[in-house]
Design a protein. Structure first.
Length: 115
C-alpha cells in the first residue's frame, strides 16, 4: 500500500476506516522507496486479522517495522533479498497474536490506533 493511502483524505481515509473497523491492523512493514514502483514511491505492507464489522475500530495498537531507515535498495543493482527481512520474520509470529520486539532495535515502533 502506498504511503498516500495511509495519510490522505478522501479515498485513502475511507480505506483506512474500513480496515480499522473490519480488521485488527496490528503490523505495518515500511518498505524503502523504489521496490515496486518508480523511485520515490514509498510502499508498505499491512498485516491484519479480519474481524466482524464494528462501530468502533478493532485496531488498538499498531507495531511499525521500519525497513526504510539506513536501507537502500534498487530494482537492478541492489534488490531486496530475503535475508534483508530476517529480523522482521524472526520477530513477527503470525497466527500467535505475539510479536517479539527485540531490545536495542530502533526498527520496531509502537503506535496507537490512528483514529
Amino acid at each position: 500500500m502506498p504511503d498516500n493511502v495511509l495519510f490522505e483524505d478522501g479515498a485513502g481515509e475511507a480505506i483506512r476506516r474500513k480496515l480499522l473497523h473490519e480488521c485488527d491492523v496490528h503490523t505495518l512493514l515500511r518498505l524503502p522507496t523504489g521496490l515496486f514502483y518508480a523511485q520515490g514511491v514509498k510502499a508498505n505492507v499491512l498485516f491484519f486479522d479480519k474481524k466482524p464489522a464494528s462501530e468502533t475500530p478493532w485496531t488498538k495498537q499498531l507495531w511499525i517495522y521500519d525497513l526504510r531507515t539506513n536501507m537502500h535498495f534498487t530494482l537492478k543493482t541492489n534488490p531486496l533479498k530475503r535475508a534483508n527481512l530476517d529480523e522482521f520474520v524472526k520477530c513477527y509470529q503470525p497466527g500467535t497474536g505475539i510479536t517479539v520486539h527485540p531490545h536495542g532495535t530502533q526498527k520496531w515502533i509502537p503506535a496507537r490506533s490512528p483514529e
